[in-house]
Design a protein around this ligand. Structure first.
Ligand code: RP5
Length: 202
């Protein structure tokens, strides 16, 4: 590995959102996901962390364990492939790839596994994420990426929960409870609200 790639790799091995830190001596791809992570959240750069952290926060509400890793599809393509190829055997069930600009992270993950992959196009570029949106959503036939809105990491988490809930009754119940609670909040606000009539000039 050259120095740049080595530095990128070292900085990617940070702060998994599961309670057990990865064994520093072993690559994340060679060990089981910490505390049974079900969702792997990858992002192209350290600079994407704050945006992708919203996915981890949303998953936490549903008690779905996840791991987060910075792995660039163009700077560390072999590591991305290795991560995807070993994901299923390490117990992961859904992967997320969030990146900006020419986002090919989600597509690279999808190319190397048959787990569902959710792509999160990120803003921050001169094209404000429209570049990443097109790159993520326009996957050719046979290797799909479920794409959410620009900076839609929280929705990626909700979608991951819906996928996991198909096989997990208690999770399905938590999801339904959450949806009902959100509706109830809005209904309550509606009751308190007085209709505002606006005069329209004729
Ligand atoms: C993408 O380019 C990353 O996902 C990030 O959104 C953007 C800028 O990356 P850095 O130059 O900050 O590493 O690959």
């Amino acid at each position: 590995m050259d120095k740049f790639v080595e530095d990128e790799w070292q900085s990617s091995r940070m702060n998994p959102r599961t309670s057990e830190p990865h064994n520093e001596e072993v690559s994340p791809m060679e060990q089981p996901s910490g505390r049974g992570a079900q969702v792997g959240i990858l992002m192209g750069s350290q600079s994407d962390w704050a945006k992708m952290e919203k996915a981890a926060d949303a998953l936490k509400q549903f008690e779905v364990p996840c791991e987060m890793l910075v792995l660039s599809a163009h700077r560390l393509p072999d590591r991305v492939a290795e991560y995807a190829r070993t994901a299923e055997s390490r117990g992961l069930a859904v992967l997320m790839g969030g990146a900006g600009m020419a986002n090919h992270l989600a597509g690279a993950l999808a190319a190397n596994c048959t787990l569902p992959v959710i792509g999160v196009p990120l803003s921050g570029s001169a094209l404000n994420g429209v570049d990443a949106l097109y790159a993520t959503v326009q996957m050719p036939k046979g290797v799909p990426v479920a794409t959410v809105a620009i900076d839609g990491a929280a929705n990626a988490a909700y979608l991951a929960v819906e996928i996991l809930a198909l096989q997990d009754e208690p999770l399905r119940a938590r999801l339904k409870t959450h949806r009902q609670a959100e509706r109830a909040k809005l209904e309550a606000a509606l009751v308190e609200q007085t209709p505002q009539v606006q005069e329209v000039a004729r």
